[in-house]
Design a protein around this ligand. Structure first.
Ligand SMILES: Cc1cc2nc3c(=O)[nH]c(=O)nc-3n(C[C@H](O)[C@H](O)[C@H](O)COP(=O)(O)OP(=O)(O)OC[C@H]3O[C@@H](n4cnc5c(N)ncnc54)[C@H](O)[C@@H]3O)c2cc1C
Length: 215
């Protein structure tokens, strides 16, 4: 029996590994599990989708034919909930078990959640990572009069500018002293620059220490 390669995840890391495996002559039986019910797409483009710059179809980086051509069995819409490294198998949320010889865990990252909030407040919060998250944010923003974007990094700024439209108030809340604090040296604030400049023109972004009553 040929080796069984099991890939968990279906995004940049998983696809790069799959391509490399086949390019290097890997002939094993490959199974790929993803909790999302669709072929791979680029999370990077979700803010462009929110902004209306690209249609949802423009997010996808491959179609189902790609997996067929690559000789991969896909299990989309299934979540891995457990792993037994001794017996070399993983457990799926529907009770299935999948055995493997080689395992690649490429399940990525997820946004930090805001903890300790009342249920009604928590229900109003959207987190952006997946195509489903982007769809939900888009739907909620259509009905909203005021959106608060938490964070002052690249993704937050892109979301703020994506959602900004006449009649919708957008407020950014940033815990550090400046926008893009992970990317730009302290003291940058006030100088012209691409993303913060654009965001501050279109949205109100109070920085720590200058928050007003409306944030
Ligand atoms: C809005 C936005 C903008 C970004 N912009 C940039 C940028 O400009 N430049 C840049 O370098 N990076 C950017 N990133 C980050 C970039 O998207 C990630 O670094 C990249 O997607 C990571 O790829 P990955 O394959 O490691 O994981 P992910 O893209 O997180 O994919 C994880 C995969 O694992 C699956 N999965 C997770 N848990 C399970 C489970 N339990 N069971 C089954 N499947 C599971 C998911 O369904 C998904 O298929 C951005 C991200 C976002 C959200």
């Amino acid at each position: 029996m040929s080796e069984r390669l099991l890939i968990l995840g279906n995004s940049a890391a998983a696809l790069a590994a799959l391509r490399a495996y086949r390019e290097k002559g890997g002939k094993g039986q490959v199974t790929l599990v993803s909790r999302e019910p669709c072929p791979a797409y680029s999370p990077v483009l979700t803010t462009y989708y929110l902004r209306g710059r690209i249609p949802e179809t423009g997010l996808f980086v491959c179609d189902t034919a790609f997996y067929e051509k690559s000789g991969v069995e896909t299990l989309f819409g299934q979540t891995v909930v457990g792993l037994d490294t001794k017996d070399q198998r993983v457990f799926l949320d529907d009770g299935k078990k999948i055995a493997y010889d080689l395992l690649l865990i490429a399940t990525g990252a997820s946004p930090r959640r805001l903890e300790g909030l009342a249920a009604d407040v928590a229900a109003d919060i959207g987190y952006l990572r997946t195509i489903g998250d982007a769809r939900r944010i888009e739907e909620r923003a259509k009905k909203a009069a005021h959106v608060v974007v938490v964070g002052g990094g690249l993704v937050s700024l892109q979301v703020a500018t994506a959602l900004a439209r006449p009649g919708l108030r957008v407020t950014g809340v940033v815990s550090s002293q400046q926008l893009l604090s992970q990317n730009i040296d302290a003291g940058y604030r006030g100088r012209p620059g691409p993303a913060p400049h654009r965001a501050q023109r279109e949205c109100r972004v109070p920085l720590r220490g200058e928050c007003s009553g409306d944030t």
